[in-house]
Structures are given as C-alpha cells and as structure tokens.
Design a protein around this ligand. Structure first.
Ligand SMILES: [Fe+2]
Ligand SMILES: [Fe+2]
Length: 180
C-alpha cells in the first residue's frame, strides 16, 4: 500500500529524531489507529495510511512547530502529484488532513476526521490522555478505544503494518511483506 521508496524519500528529508516521539514509531501507531477507526466506514484507507506517513514528516522540532502540518501537506503533494497512488480528490483530502491536524480539532469529512483522531489517540507518549471532547468520531471517543490507544502509546508499541515493517527492516534486516 505504501512503497518503500516513498518512505525513503520522506526519511531523507526528515529533520528530527527518526526514532523519537514524532518519528516512525508514532507514525506506525497513527496508521494502526486510523485503520481501526476506519473499520466499517467508507473512509479512504489510502489517505489514512499516507497521512500517518506525512503528517509529522516535516517537523523541525519536537515542541511547538505550528507550520509542520502545512509543510507535511506540501511534501505529500510534491511527492505524490505525479504518481498514481491517489486520485485528485483523495490527494486533496490528504493535503487537507496534513494541514489541519495542527490547527483544527474537528472536521466534517470522515476521512480527515479519522486522520486527526488517529494522531490524537497517540498522545499518551507525550504525557497527555486523549480528551474525548477533542476527538471527532464516536469510535475514537469510546473509553475502550482511548484505553487501547493509551496503553500502546505509553508502551511505545510497534504494530504490524507497513510503517512498522520499514523500521523492522532497518533494525533487523528483515520484515513481513507489507510493502507494495
Ligand atoms: Fe503533528
Ligand atoms: Fe503526530
């Protein structure tokens, strides 16, 4: 679903700690959170997966960096506009999700809403418990969903998906077959 070369391209410009609190381990959990929230909905899974890859990809520090969403959106557009990965409408959704995850709490589009919730559900890694009032979807607001995400975030859990596999390949030299 996400090509290794695309992750390589994102990594090559990543300016902060790759294994840090806004790096690939966080992205892998955002991916998993998003796929979980999208189950049974008509949300765009490709957009949600790519949001996990791009949303924090252009952070310049681990603290306050309010423009990183816009920069991540611009990188996504630049790297994907000539590929066949997303159609025009889906690419616009991805750009919107990356842009607004830093400055909007609620969103009417279900795919964008899931992207933002997926990111917010991984807040425990930085010492915050996700507040249901700041989440969009009913599933994300459920106590059991928040507890599930908090436990993983606190434990720096590495799930089983393409972004986690990239990391496993890097560290162990082997992975499963999530790459397209
Ligand atoms: Fe972010
Ligand atoms: Fe994030």
């Amino acid at each position: 679903m996400i090509e290794k070369e695309l992750i390589n391209a994102v990594r090559s410009q990543f300016a902060i700690e790759w294994y840090g609190m806004h790096g690939i381990r966080h992205w892998a959990r955002v991916y998993e959170n998003g796929m979980y929230l999208a189950e049974g909905t008509d949300a765009n899974l490709k957009v949600i997966g790519l949001f996990a890859l791009f949303h924090d990809s252009c952070r310049q520090n681990e603290g306050t960096d309010p423009e990183h969403g816009v920069r991540g959106a611009n990188l996504a557009y630049r790297l994907l506009q000539k590929k066949q990965v997303l159609d025009r409408v889906a690419l616009e959704l991805l750009v919107e999700a990356c842009r607004c995850h830093t400055n909007r709490i609620h969103h009417d589009d279900s795919t964008v809403a899931i992207c933002c919730d997926a990111d917010r559900l991984d807040l425990a890694r930085v010492g915050s418990i996700p507040d249901p009032r700041l989440l969009n979807t009913a599933k994300a607001k459920e106590r059991r969903t928040i507890d599930w995400a908090v436990e993983r975030s606190n434990g720096d859990y590495l799930p089983d998906n393409v972004l986690a596999d990239y990391l496993r390949l890097e560290i162990h030299g082997s992975s499963k077959t999530h790459f397209s």
